[in-house]
Design a protein around this ligand. Structure first.
Ligand code: AHG
Ligand code: MN
Ligand code: MN
Length: 358
């Protein structure tokens, strides 16, 4: 019969049994979700169910017939990938079946979609999402993501006339998150009380708390921008990029460039290691490429909760008043020192001679 000491010496199981599931976390933190009744917990569960189904399709893209294009062009005037369509369908289906959400707005749908206009519930949620971010990566086995943003609908609003009401500044979000389908699949979200990351354990089909209370490093050693567009960049932005590439006068270290083609993946890496993601105005996208309601706003909410910053180069993203569902915005998001420095250059206050530590 083994003694107590030998039992105590048994290490925690290497699998995730010693960690908390997403559902346990939400129940455990229930009272911290300012607006939450059980319906918010069920809403997050519904999004996580869709994430698992999307993950199942992505991880088998070469086996299932889900690669390539649908043959249609979406409202963004972009050729839609099959996985765009599948991710969009699974998110809408999970939120419709879950019954907690009464309106969705998707990158892949021209208008918002009322899900349950007759629902007389205390909490009524509107969810905006980019069902599959980084679509150009789907057929080449590179990382992609899903992004979601949650608002509560004012009591008096009927979902079918909600368009003008529900397009609220990002500071009014009650939750936001993303799923990163990378070397592992992670679910990262905030409800305004910090940022927590969960890793999918495929052996039990649960998202397990693996990255509690994430904070972005103030300094960043990586920057993400598509420099193929450099001829379109303003002189101020080009001056900032020159400054960014200087060797550190003390350590001789130089920042690294990383641009994956999926905002979620670049954002997630920068959140963990420190860094800056930029998508400025370009000739093809004079207002920037990323969409305010379901890319910039949710990630701005997350990054601020993690101690970072997000601007359009001049204004805080979360303070922008939206005017339409698919409007785009230039975006500078990540470590606070880099976002602030970019803003200084873009407003003509930056100097290439200043050292990285100035
Ligand atoms: P989406 O696939 O949802 O359209 O988003 C793609 C975005 C973003 O994820 C990525 O960083 C950027 O587009 C890449 O754009 P470029 O190819 O113009 O660099
Ligand atoms: Mn996207
Ligand atoms: Mn997309």
């Amino acid at each position: 019969m083994s003694s107590v000491s030998s039992i105590e010496s048994i290490p925690e199981s290497s699998s995730s049994e010693s960690l908390m599931t997403l559902e346990q976390f939400i129940i455990d933190r229930h009272e911290k979700f300012s607006h939450a009744t059980g319906s918010f917990a069920r809403l997050i569960r519904d999004v996580s169910v869709a994430a698992k189904i999307i993950n199942h399709n992505i991880r088998r893209a070469g086996i299932l017939d889900v690669r390539g294009e649908t043959g249609t062009v979406n409202v963004q005037d972009e050729r839609q990938k099959k996985l765009d369509w599948i991710a969009d369908r699974e998110l809408e289906r999970a939120l419709r079946k879950g019954g907690e959400c009464c309106l969705v707005g998707s990158e892949e749908q021209p208008e918002t979609i009322p899900l349950d206009p007759n629902r007389e519930a205390k909490e009524r949620y509107a969810v905006f999402f980019d069902p599959l971010d980084g679509s150009s990566n789907t057929d080449v086995n590179a990382s992609v993501g899903t992004i979601f943003s949650v608002y509560t609908l004012p009591e008096h609003v009927q979902p079918d006339d909600a368009m003008d009401v529900v397009l609220r500044p990002g500071r009014e979000q009650v939750a936001a998150g993303y799923v990163a389908y990378g070397s592992s699949t992670m679910f990262v979200f905030t409800t305004g009380d910090g940022v927590n990351g969960f890793t999918l354990d495929p052996s039990i089909g649960e998202f397990m708390l693996s990255h509690p209370d994430l904070k972005i490093p103030d300094e960043g050693r990586m920057y993400s921008i598509n420099e193929a567009d450099i001829e379109d960049f303003s002189p101020e932005l080009r001056s900032f990029l020159s400054w960014l590439k200087k060797k550190d006068s003390e350590t001789g270290a130089r920042i690294r460039a990383r641009y994956i083609g999926s905002f979620v993946s670049d954002f997630h890496r920068n959140l963990l290691t420190g860094g800056l993601y930029m998508y400025p105005s370009t000739a093809d996208h004079p207002q920037g490429k990323l969409r305010l309601m379901y890319e910039a706003n949710p990630m701005a909410f997350l990054v601020e909760q993690a101690g970072g910053r997000a601007t359009n180069g001049h204004q805080r993203i979360l303070d922008i008043d939206p005017t339409e569902l698919h409007e785009r915005t230039p975006l500078y998001i990540g470590s606070p020192s880099l976002v602030e420095r970019a803003g200084a250059f873009l407003e003509g206050r930056g100097s290439e001679s200043s050292s990285a530590n100035a």
